[in-house]
Design a protein around this ligand. Structure first.
Ligand code: 5AD
Ligand code: FES
Length: 419
């Protein structure tokens, strides 16, 4: 029961707690709040905060940086990804919190997550829903069950319903299009889909039916690593980056993200992931630690044949690494909606989500899946919130958000594009 555990009171890294901060003019190495007048353009502001985080070699480039340039170079990113000193990391977290406050405000948007099916045709080496996991009992919600969840989202004051599943072709194009139309006709909810690499005809039909957003993590920008952990389906190549561009072309808001600490993932790869987030101009970005699942090839290998001497380049799948990624994601993509993910909450049930919210995140995704199905959506073991009811998650998360001095977002909470 999460709510019985101690919760944070305000962000320790927040410059001014719940009070709206004025624009900051930050010199190298400093994140102290600046004067409250003389506003600077938003993009430039994010860059000037990030400028305080530049490493020696790139500091002079930062001085003349235009707001269109990347706020942090690959060298800066690598430096921060490798940083282990907690007090220096506080500087990073405070900068991310400040940019979050300036760029997307203090509201935390709630997206009601409905895990509509755990069937999956794919064989991802890391994922508990993979087709090869034959012990898993499979389920698929009926349209009425999904509609009941959507109505509950409205009742709970959530602005979005997220329908997530494995890549399940039992979810038919017209069945889902009808359901989306019904949700859009009956409720004011934004509809987000997260259904894997579906053919463009399906994606177009669902957009046409009214779906607003699509989440598809590219998992890693290292093509070789991706191919090792995510085999293609038959002869169809798996190019999630290309598919994200297609989704954008169809008019969806697009979300993506990566797992942190996949075996074989290096710091260089993570730095490139961050650069790719920015290049794709993602509207939503989810990052979370890789959590080994013993019934998957990757998890089984780690359990039975652990790497005795992991390379110094191997990224650990720790909570700390995940927070560094959340903070750097905020600095690289100041306007994006960034959730405190369930994977982070799984590593730290007591305060993982709150810490993420204090280090750059502005979204949480309370689970609305009917309780009898929750444990079956086992992407990885010991997932947070698998026994709590939707009512419980709502109460728990709302009080946690308020205790941080943040407000609950209202309305659909889409990407706000600032000049
Ligand atoms: N650990 C952490 N995250 C995982 N995901 C899948 N399997 C795992 C795991 N073992 C993430 C992937 C996927 C999202 C739905 O869940 O990033 O895109
Ligand atoms: Fe289902 Fe990868 S195993 S999407």
């Amino acid at each position: 029961m999460l709510s019985s555990l101690p919760i944070l009171n305000h962000c320790s890294s927040s410059p001014e707690g719940a009070t709206p901060a004025g624009p900051a003019h930050v010199s190298a190495g400093s994140v102290a709040p600046g004067p409250r007048t003389n506003p600077v353009p938003p993009g430039l502001h994010a860059n000037s905060v990030a400028a305080g985080l530049r490493t020696g070699r790139s500091a002079s480039a930062a001085d003349g940086a235009s707001h269109l340039e990347s706020p942090l170079t690959e060298t800066d990113l690598l430096h921060w990804l490798r940083e282990e000193d907690d007090s220096r990391l506080e500087t990073l977290y405070a900068a991310a919190d400040r940019v979050r406050h300036e760029m997307v405000g203090d509201a935390v948007h709630l997206r009601g997550l409905v895990e509509i099916s755990n069937h999956c045709v794919r064989q991802c080496a890391y994922c508990g829903l993979r087709a090869g996991h034959t012990k898993l009992v499979r389920y698929r919600l009926s349209a009425d069950e999904v509609l009941a969840c959507a109505r509950q989202a409205v009742e709970f004051g959530y602005g979005t319903v997220v329908m997530q599943a494995g890549e399940d072709y039992g979810i038919g194009r017209s069945w889902l299009a009808r359901l989306i139309r019904q949700i859009k006709a009956e409720t004011p909810l934004a509809v987000t889909l997260s259904l894997g690499e579906r053919p463009v005809e399906d994606l177009a039909a669902w957009r046409e039916a009214g779906a607003d957003r699509y989440l598809l993590r590219f998992e890693t920008s290292d093509r070789e690593l991706y191919a090792r952990i995510h085999p293609p389906l038959g002869s169809r190549p798996s190019d999630r980056v290309e598919l994200l561009r297609t989704l954008r072309g169809l008019g969806y808001e697009i979300g993506s993200g990566v797992m942190v600490g996949i075996p074989g993932q290096t710091y260089e790869t993570l730095a490139r992931d961050l650069l790719l987030f920015r290049e794709l101009d993602l509207d939503m970005i989810g990052v979370g630690p890789y959590i080994p699942h013993p019934d998957t090839p990757l998890g089984e290998r780690l359990a039975t044949r652990p790497e005795p001497h992991p390379s110094a380049d191997q990224v650990p799948n720790t909570e700390k690494m995940a927070y560094k990624m959340v903070a750097l994601t905020r600095l690289m993509c100041p306007q994006a909606n960034i959730p405190g993910t369930t994977a982070i909450a799984t590593l730290n049930q007591e305060s993982g989500r709150e810490l993420a919210l204090c280090r750059g995140a502005n979204v949480v995704m309370p689970n609305l899946t009917p309780v009898q199905y929750r444990a079956m959506y086992e992407i990885y073991p010991a997932k947070a919130c698998i026994t709590e009811t939707a009512q419980h998650c709502r109460g728990c998360l709302k009080s946690r958000i308020r205790s941080l001095g943040r407000t609950i977002g209202t309305g659909p909470g889409g990407r706000r594009r600032l000049a």
